[in-house]
Every structure is written in structure tokens, then in C-alpha cells.
Ligand binder design. Structure first.
Ligand code: NAD
Ligand code: ZN
Length: 365
């Protein structure tokens, strides 16, 4: 299928391209950006072996001079230590202001390289090449960059937009199944909060999408591009998350609390968000805001895509309840819940404490 291009209207504007096999055209896309020939590619130890050589060859053929740095894969790398290694590497080579950093990887690489680009010499050009489903539909879009601190996730960072995002869904063929599956949670989320047609499309093709042994190329590109489109529209409206962008946090209040309480190892982010959406939809139903049939539809789709919809584990409901109040997005101890009112529509509202407690206790029983 032809590349799908979405122009993001922030700052000078930049393109997000979704293209099966687009990695093969990276050099050609970059040559339109008027960058100096030297470019700094940063990837991780899982992705590098699959794609670093391909990217390097492609850039060389287009007249670029790529340098490559590989960082150990994993969330633990999103740290001050690894960030310093990036700065050291750039300084050793005397990387200059106009020279670009290329983030080739999932959300860990995207967030950290994004922050390196935002801060090195007060900002150098950034190219995002997201290689995980989550990074393609979520983390590479929106300009949030950063690293973790021992006291919490994503506490150090900046808003910084790339010059180009190139999402090549063919890279998902090498992504481990569990990582691919968790990415669907964010896509289902977009359907619930904004887009009933996207939701219906996922419902109609859940089996094919989950299986992936014969990837439905055009459909996959369409779904990824649609997800990007929805997120971009939210960002354009509310770049710094002062208002409506908050609806992107649907399922994340309980999801983050679960990740936190279980120590970030037991549940992947998307899995925790899936459970968080089930809990949130249940609250909406109990409050009489959402039809039981819509809750069923949501949960059925999540399960069909291979995501968890009921909790099995040792975290106590009480821990979830107290952790939720520590979330950095909670203002003045009052949680602003994202509550669906039907598939494709949500409201931001406080919820009665007793209802929240009742639902969380039942869910994490
Ligand atoms: P990740 O970058 O760790 O990737 C998941 C795993 O898959 C890693 O082991 C990685 O090496 C591997 N991998 C990635 N692409 C691959 C490919 N094509 N082939 C083979 N292996 C591949 O994690 P993620 O799920 O992509 O992203 C999670 C991170 O994103 C978290 O740090 C989270 O905080 C961040 N995030 C940021 C935003 C944002 O707005 N900036 C939004 C959501 C999440
Ligand atoms: Zn998320």
C-alpha cells in the first residue's frame, strides 16, 4: 500500500509517515530535511541486530554518514546513566547543533533519545523510527520525551517534537508476541474514547490481527495510521495536556497504579491499561453512565486481541486505591476519571469515593 502521511501542525510542522517497508526509504525521506550528512542512530540490543545494518546501508546509499550507538534493551536503560552515555558519545564525536539523532526502537529508545535530542546543545534535530506497536501508535507521537528516576517513571523530561516520524509496520514482524499484544490496548483505547468506527474495525478483524502469521498489511497500516491521526488531533488541540488531552489517559489511572503496586515487572504497560479500562468501564456502568452491553463489547474485544480482562495476582485492592492518589496527574487529591458514556465517547469527571472503592475491591479481590 501507498505511504500514509499525516502532517502535524505544531511548531514548523512535521510529517508522520506510516509505510510498510518504509525503512527502505529512510534515506530518501531524510534527504528532504536539509540535514548535514552525519547522523547519529541510537538503538537497543534487541532491535539493532535486526535493523541497524539495514538502516546504515540505506543511509549510506543516500549520501549520509551514519554513526550507530547500541544501548542494552529494557526499561532499566531509560536512566540517567544511559543518557550520559549518549551525551558522552555525541561529545566524543563533536556532534553539532544541526546534526540529527535518529531513535530506532520502541518507547524506551524513543523517550530517551528524544530527551537527549531535546537537551544536547539545547536541542538538535530528532527523527523517530518507532519499531514497537506501542511506540508507533503512542509513544513516538506527541512530543513527550524523558527518562526514569529512582523515585518514579518518566519524572525527568521535556516536550520536544521530532522533524519526522517514520513508522514501518513491517518491523512488527520481529517484535515478540507479548509486546505486540500489549500495543493493542492503546489502539482499543483510541476506539473507546474517540472512534466507534475504529472500534468496529478492530472487532471485525480481531482474529486476523491477533494471529499475525499472515499479517494483514493494508489493514494494519490503516489501523496504525488512524490511531496516530487520533492522537495527533488531540495533541494539536492540547499540546501540554492542560485539558482534553487527558482523555488519552483512559484506563491509565488504575493501570498505572497496578504497574506501580506490582513493581513494573509482572504486567506490561498495555496489559495493565487493559485491566484499567475494564475497571473504569465497570465504574461507568455502576454509575449508570454506560450500558452493560458496551462494557461487554469492550471487554470482549480486549480478550479477542489477547489482552487480560480479569485480575490474577497478589496486589491488594487497598494498594491500588492508595497508589492511585499518588499519581503525578492527580491534582488536589481528586482523581479526574475518564469515563466512557458509549463506544467512541468519554467524559472527564470525578467519581464518588464509595463507588470507586467498591469496584476496585471487587476487581482486585
Ligand atoms: P521497549 O522500547 O522496551 O520495547 C519493548 C521490547 O521490544 C524491548 O525489549 C525492545 O528491545 C523490543 N523491540 C522493540 N521493537 C522491536 C522489533 N521491531 N523487533 C524486535 N524487538 C523489538 O518498550 P515499548 O513498549 O516500545 O515502550 C515502552 C516505553 O514507552 C516506556 O518506557 C513508556 O514509559 C514509554 N511511553 C512513552 C509515551 C510517550 O508519550 N512518550 C507513551 C507511552 C509509553
Ligand atoms: Zn499508555
Amino acid at each position: 500500500p501507498a505511504p500514509i502521511v499525516r502532517r502535524v501542525q505544531i511548531g514548523d510542522g512535521y510529517d508522520v509517515i506510516v509505510e510498510w517497508g518504509g525503512l527502505e526509504r529512510l534515506g530518501s525521506y531524510l534527504s528532504h530535511l536539509q540535514l548535514p550528512p552525519r547522523v547519529f542512530v541510537i538503538t537497543d540490543s534487541n532491535i539493532g541486530p535486526f535493523y541497524a545494518e539495514k538502516v546504515t546501508q540505506n543511509l549510506l546509499a543516500a549520501g549520509f554518514e551514519p554513526q550507530v550507538l547500541t544501548i542494552p534493551a529494557g526499561e532499566a536503560s531509560k536512566s540517567q546513566t544511559q543518557l550520559n552515555k549518549i551525551y558522552d558519545w555525541l561529545l566524543e564525536q563533536r556532534a553539532e547543533r544541526r546534526e540529527a539523532l535518529i531513535a530506532l526502537g520502541g518507547g524506551v529508545i524513543g523517550d530517551m533519545v528524544g530527551f537527549a535530542a531535546a537537551s544536547y546543545l539545547r536541542g538538535v534535530p530528532l527523527i523517530q523510527i518507532p519499531t514497537s506497536l506501542l511506540a508507533q501508535v503512542d509513544s513516538a507521537i506527541g512530543g513527550k520525551t524523558g527518562i526514569n528516576h529512582p523515585k518514579g517513571k518518566n519524572l525527568i523530561g521535556a516536550f520536544y517534537h521530532p522533524r519526522l516520524v517514520l513508522a514501518d509496520p513491517s518491523t512488527l514482524l520481529t517484535l515478540p508476541e507479548r509486546s505486540r499484544t500489549e500495543g493493542w490496548a492503546e489502539i482499543v483505547k483510541y476506539g473507546i474514547i474517540l472512534d466507534t468506527e475504529l472500534f468496529a474495525l478492530l472487532e471485525a478483524h480481531a482474529e486476523t490481527l491477533r494471529d499475525f502469521s499472515h499479517p494483514p498489511v493494508a489493514l494494519l497500516c490503516q489501523i496504525i495510521a488512524r490511531s496516530i491521526d487520533l492522537k495527533v488531533a488531540m495533541i494539536e488541540e492540547d499540546e501540554r495536556e492542560q485539558g482534553r488531552r487527558a482523555i488519552l489517559n483512559y484506563g491509565h489511572t488504575v493501570g498505572h497504579a497496578l504497574e506501580n503496586a506490582s513493581g513494573y515487572g509482572e504486567w506490561l504497560h498495555g496489559e495493565a491499561v487493559s485491566l484499567g479500562m475494564v475497571a473504569a468501564a465497570t465504574m461507568a456502568q455502576e454509575a449508570g453512565m454506560l450500558a452493560a452491553s458496551d462494557v461487554q463489547r469492550q471487554n470482549h474485544l480486549l480478550a479477542a486481541l489477547g489482552l487480560p480482562i480479569s485480575y490474577t495476582g497478589s496486589v491488594q485492592a487497598q494498594e491500588i486505591l492508595s497508589t492511585m492518589l499518588l499519581d503525578k496527574k492527580v491534582v488536589g487529591k481528586r482523581i479526574r476519571w475518564i469515563m466512557p458514556t458509549r463506544i467512541g465517547e468519554v467524559v472527564i469527571t470525578p467519581m464518588p469515593d464509595d463507588l470507586v472503592t467498591r469496584v476496585i475491591k471487587a476487581f482486585f479481590a
